[in-house]
Design a protein around this ligand. Sequence first.
Ligand SMILES: C[S@@+](CC[C@H](N)C(=O)[O-])C[C@H]1O[C@@H](n2cnc3c(N)ncnc32)[C@H](O)[C@@H]1O
Length: 494
Amino acid sequence: MAGRVPPGSGANQNRVFIDLTDDNEPDDSEVAPKTLVQGKLPFVTALAYRSPTVPLKRKSLDISEGFSDSSSSDVHRYVPRMRLSHAHPDPSTPSPPPTVKQSQISVVIPSPTSKQKREIALAQSVSNVNGMDVNIFPTTDEEERVTKAAYPTKGRVERRSIPLSFKSSSVLNLPSPSKTDHLAKLRHTLDEKLKRIDGPMVTPTVDSPQRLAKLADNFEFVNSYQYRAGVERIPDDSDFNIGCACSENDGCDRFECDCLSKEEHSEDRIVPYEVCEKNRKLIVATKSFLNRKAIIYECNSRCGCSGKRCWNHVVQKGRTVRLEIFDTGSRGFGLRSPDLIHRGQFIDLYLGEVITKAEADERENLTDGSHTQSYLFSLDWYVKDDDDEEENMKVIDGRKFGSATRFMNHSCNPNCKIVPVCTTNHADEYLYNLAFFANRDISPGTELTFDYNQGEENTTPQKIDPEAVQCLCGEVKCRGQLWPNKRKGQGSRP
Ligand SMILES: C[S@@+](CC[C@H](N)C(=O)[O-])C[C@H]1O[C@@H](n2cnc3c(N)ncnc32)[C@H](O)[C@@H]1O
């Protein structure tokens, strides 16, 4: 059986995918100063604007005051220094009356005009860090209202809590109000989507707005397969769907239950599950099962055991661990859990759109090869290298719809394994679940990974294809690339 993760998928010609990403959302860093809100000045401009026009001074005046640290570029110090070095120390000081001893006076500076006096007074009252005293330079409507006592305010208005009204956030690195709104909207959208996921919480730890947008827009979390046009299914209530003859009272016999697969050349049953040694409440996949290649048939509604106390109901009971989507940096998003996961513990299903092989090929062909991220998995456990059978094959596309496991990255030394599991319907060999199990104990916070080439022979390339997606798993025995050259862009074989 081979699953695959080809290099991305394109839009289906018969289907419209709505891209919710707001491409027109302005990037604050790109907003040119000319787009500033009318009447508001950027921080730097504001400083320059408030430098008052000052009168010339007597040359004999001591102007050393305020120059104690002329090399300092600190804004705190710069503003008063500017003021002291240029402003008249006492604007009301009149010019000395002309005397007959003209030769004793080197320069005569006229007294400031009344307009200049006002400007000097304003300049002297500037005392805060930004040089934006609300009395002289209100930066927001709110401040103006506060200054004018246009509405009652309880306590002080904290200037720094008010977003600046000009667009460019580069000076103080504060988001503009529109950006803040957009971020809040994205977080809300994402929260709403995450809330709809069944089972323990799935949380995102993503701070960058762009990454948040990628997660919030353009992707829907789903709790089950989404069947698309052309996918034929055998209904659960079909006569072909059968169960075991075990009794409700005795429970399923671990060695006799008809649901269990048989070894290839014997009548022996393959027992997939056991009680976890470290947590007796957990049913986990056995160590030997994890080391082999086999499909699991769990008991279903057609079974005599009725499922209430049957140990062979694990995947269908759903996820029991919390998950967290986080940013790995070089490998995009990744998945981890804040919980301890025991070896053999079921983690979650790989979900997405169920499409035909033809549709998968079309989606694959529609990409221009620029996608390096791939989310397609073939359900080809029973497919031999035979064209007729391949036609019946279904493919899971997790690009636009999926579960949190869609964020699991590849590792050449993975801690999870993907296992084919039939739950409710045993009749449809072209449709089953892709279930992730831990192949060792995984401590909380460790990234969950699996091998995208699981089940492939000779996955270590002779020579790394320079065009293949480079593997960045960082393992000592890293194979260097995600997929073998011959199947570049194709993935896991459970
Ligand atoms: C199924 S997605 C995994 C989630 C993906 N990181 C994301 O941000 O959506 C598969 C893609 O993740 C990236 N990826 C996964 N494992 C990687 C690894 N070990 N090294 C480099 N890229 C990896 C590749 O771009 C790959 O096509």
